[in-house]
Design a protein around this ligand. Structure first.
Ligand SMILES: *Cc1c(COP(=O)(O)O)cnc(C)c1O
Length: 390
């Protein structure tokens, strides 16, 4: 059996053709037809009015916080169990994060979000404040392709007048099938939605991202900020502080080809997940975590919940043993609230996040993984965990 990586990109379509085309035309920088074509294709896929392509998911979050009017000293509510790039842009704005727990979907716990606003903050004249600091926004991350509980989160945000930034970097293609948001895609429900095309995301442009917002004019303004806020390109007039955050045409050429394959990638992720699910059924030492009911998930990453109390070794050891079997796995992120730059920031009732952080193992999920490889991964994971069982 060859080495089985956790998650690698897949270039089976028109990638070379489009990238060569961009090169031959000489359009390699941020101007070029592929950038606008990618924006149009993504907007069509997401049923969104307007999408702007940018340099990364991180830059798209930074632009969202800027557009939401987050000022130095403001508070932004964030999750602790996710990738640190979801939170770092809060600090780029010199604002303060407050960390909220996750629920069993691994996304932000909407009940704790509400009780934080209700019990720890003050709401007067339409403004929510936490210890004297204005609460301007909440960043809801759709972890591993799952959907956060958007109905609840939107209710709270509307009640307390805070902007919702959906970090849908891991959930491109996830949508609701039931409830108030039936038919709505992750990233198109809140005030802002953010996507990433980094190397291990469901589609990749090497590095890149995109954003959308609930008003098309807002996206136009964010696109303007992403291109150095140029009001007159000929005479260099700039009326705001902009950024160099636009995607390049080379990246977009790759992206257009990847979006063509996106529906097929999602179907493969889904059927591979189903296969893993049957293989782990009834296994005592670990279980495959489900995705939220009432949604169709892109099933980007698979989370195996290891019942660590039943085994006599750390997850680290499990990862190491599987590596020796030629299988790459990883533990979930360390909590952001426990990383050095965030140790002094406030946190609210963290219980499930530390629980899941010490038990989740991500298993190989590339779109090109074969059925035989999935069978092998499941067999080896079971063998290793049985071997370590108490
Ligand atoms: C990948 C990722 C990002 C950052 O996206 P980049 O394109 O790498 O900047 C942000 N948030 C989460 C949850 C991610 O997984």
């Amino acid at each position: 059996m060859n080495f089985i990586p956790l998650s690698i990109p897949n270039f089976e379509g028109n990638e070379k053709k489009y990238v060569n085309d961009a090169l031959e035309q000489g359009w390699v920088s941020t101007a070029g037809a592929y950038v606008t074509r990618l924006e149009r294709d993504l907007a069509a896929f997401l049923h969104a009015d307007n999408v702007a392509a940018c340099q990364s998911g991180t830059s798209a979050i930074h632009l969202s916080l800027t557009e939401a009017g987050v000022c130095p000293g403001d508070t932004v509510i964030v999750p602790t169990l996710t990738f640190i790039a979801a939170v770092n842009p809060v600090r780029y704005r010199f604002a303060k994060p407050v960390f909220i727990d996750c629920d069993d979907s691994l996304c932000m716990d909407p009940v704790k979000l509400r009780s934080f606003c209700e019990n720890e903050c003050e709401f007067a004249q339409g403004v929510l404040t936490y210890q004297g600091s204005r609460v301007r926004a909440v960043i809801a991350v759709h972890v591993f392709g799952n959907m956060a509980d958007m109905e609840s989160i939107m209710d709270t945000a509307e009640k307390y007048h805070i902007a919702v930034i959906e970090d849908a970097t891991e959930a491109l293609g996830t949508y609701y099938t039931a409830g108030r948001y039936a038919g709505k895609y992750a990233g198109t429900i809140g005030d802002f939605g953010v996507y990433s095309f980094n190397g291990n995301k469901i589609i990749t442009t090497g590095g890149g991202g995109a954003l959308t917002a609930n008003r098309p004019e807002t996206v136009d303004h964010m696109r303007y900020l992403s291109t150095q806020a140029k009001d007159d390109p000929q005479f260099f007039i700039h009326n705001e502080i902009g950024y160099n955050y636009r995607m390049t045409n080379m990246q977009a050429a790759l992206g257009v080809a990847q979006v063509e394959e996106l529906p097929a990638f999602i179907r493969r992720k889904q059927s591979n997940y189903e296969l893993y699910r049957t293989l782990f059924e009834g296994f005592e030492e670990a279980e495959l975590m489900p995705f939220r009911e009432g949604t169709v998930s892109n099933k980007w990453f698979y989370s195996l919940l290891v019942h660590t109390e039943r085994i006599s070794a750390s997850l680290r050891e499990v990862v190491e043993r599987l590596r020796k079997s030629g299988i790459q796995t990883r533990t979930v992120w360390g909590l952001i609230s426990e990383q050095k730059p965030y140790l002094d920031d406030d946190r609210y009732q963290l219980e499930k996040a530390p629980y899941y952080a010490s038990r989740i193992l991500n298993i190989p999920c590339s779109t090109q993984i074969t059925r035989e490889e999935i069978q092998y991964v499941a067999d080896e994971v079971k063998r290793v965990l049985k071997d370590l069982a108490k």
